[in-house]
Design a protein around this ligand. Sequence first.
Ligand code: WTA
Length: 655
Amino acid sequence: MSTLDSILKETRLFPPSDEFRHRATIPGMDAYNALCEQADDHYLSYWGDIARELISWKKPFSRVLDDSNAPFFKWFDDGVLNVSYNCLDRHLAQNANKIAIIFEADDGAVTRVTYAELHRRVCQFANGLKALGIKKGERVVIYMPMSIEAVVAMQACARIGAIHSVVFGGFSAKSVQERIQDAGAVAVITANEGMRGGKAVALKAVIDEAISLGGCESVRQVVVYQRSNNGATVWADGRDIWWHKLTEGQAEQCEPEWMNAEDPLFILYTSGSTGKPKGIQHSSAGYLLGAMNSFRWVFDAKPNDVFWCTADVGWITGHSYVCYGPLGMAATQVIFEGVPTYPDAHRFWQMIEKHKVSIFYTAPTAIRSLIKLGADFPQQHDLSSLRLLGTVGEPINPEAWIWYHEAVGGGRCPIVDTWWQTETGSVMIAPLPGAVATKPGSCTLPLPGIIADIVDESGAPVEAGKGGMLVIKKPFPSLVRTIWGDPERFKKTYFPEEFNGQYYLAGDSAHRDEHGYVWIMGRIDDVLNVSGHRLGTMEIESALVANPLVAEAAVVGKPHEIKGEAVVAFVVLKGARPTGEDAKKMVEQLKNWVAHEIGKIAQPDDIRFGDNLPKTRSGKIMRRLLRAIARGEAITQDTSTLENPAILQQLQEPA
Ligand code: WTA
């Protein structure tokens, strides 16, 4: 049975236990409904109250929302704060000795830092950045392994008002270069290398290559954290500086730069429908509010919890639920450098047992791969510390959900399936675990204050059971502010004319069931979701045609048991169509090429060669046919408008 079929048949309902409900921050549906009503009736004061409750302001705001220049909304805009102050300094009175981070390295070595220690490290590093002349509003690219230092780097930027742009350590030099250039970064913070699965991953060398590709003249400094002692690091004198040298002798206090609520906190690049990644720009106050509020409600986080989000800080999940949400709420969290399968597939369960993790947040793709490698492994560990589980990034198939619930959660832990996006900054649709009964495969109901709906092309809500476009009808604090350097694209992409520029268009299709529960069906644009990572088909196509041997390429997705979706590329070479061994060699060559252009995560799983691509008489590539071919389905669609029907046969042959 396909995932979609089983989701459509799913009717099981899992209410929270009485015990969980009684202790929860939002205890039961009445509490949830009361919050929703409050938000409906007094939208602005609802958000204003939360902003006053959660954030420590240097100067309070006088206005909640300024929508005079919609869709460029401003929240709390005359308020003054510092995000790093909110994540660190204000906890020192009560929680100086509380563990902030339990870091487990790839090799199992564990380091713990308290809030006082983290504060000290952030201040020293922030002073170091200031000594380099980095100023408020300047951009800093962070290309780091999962580490305490990655969090320190982000927090230090926030402290001095520099705008960070974290680039996932798996992206290629070319991708880093594009991001440095687009952001106009003045500095890069990296490590000599990272360790994943027992192997060293070059990082500093990638930065050197990125800068050597040109167009990165804005970069004045590269700060290098020495993660390991493997070999020599190539050095550019005058540009490169070791992290430990930079922080040596720096003062342990650093007065935060006081920022306006709307000053950008960070830019994070993500894939869209066109070839060029978009720089999603988030604000200081509204973003922090979203990260903190969702952390306390969706994860029901309590002072004694040990939280573990397995996402890398290179993605939005790592921003909101590693760096900002947990620290804003003074939580204790685990940060893990490595991979779930090293040294073997016991790793996650061992770590939960060892660190007594109580709230665990991961991706469906990780769950599916761990089922495959050892469905009975969790039972071999004491996972009784767990009380809540979460998933993010893609729809979870009910089979994986049930396994997660039973084998990992012992049947007692609610599962929060959290729907959100880089653009929304924080969780939008998810069960509040003490209130909303869950259904495997559904992200259930919007959080109070999130006015989500599913509409047709005219903007009218669709009836239950019918698919439509997921929109959010009112602006909310943690929403993306603009696309860095491209406000027009922001407007067109997210607040399209069809809806009079009123609704935020998420780019996902969804339907609601008879209980009003939301079921996400997939993207409506040319974005693929591979292992929970967003990849633009156009981005991969551009990478392929940049190869001198390639004339044309079309990329589509096909369902994949573990990854959710897999990348399939149809390629026309400038020379003859390769067959046999030549084709196999060419496949390897092009896979390596894509890894080099974008990163390994974007490598096609399957490459097919044709003399041409199926096109209409007007020259448009017929992607729906390619999708059917990729899935190995019989072609039942109308092919009468096809210029070259014979090509279909050829493309069905695997290389
Ligand atoms: C998908 C990740 C179904 C969706 C936080 C969205 C999901 C895209 C879920 C955003 C979920 C995320 N159920 N689909 N619980 N969570 N998605 O920007 O297609 O990396 O638009 O943010 O992932 O991916 P992004």
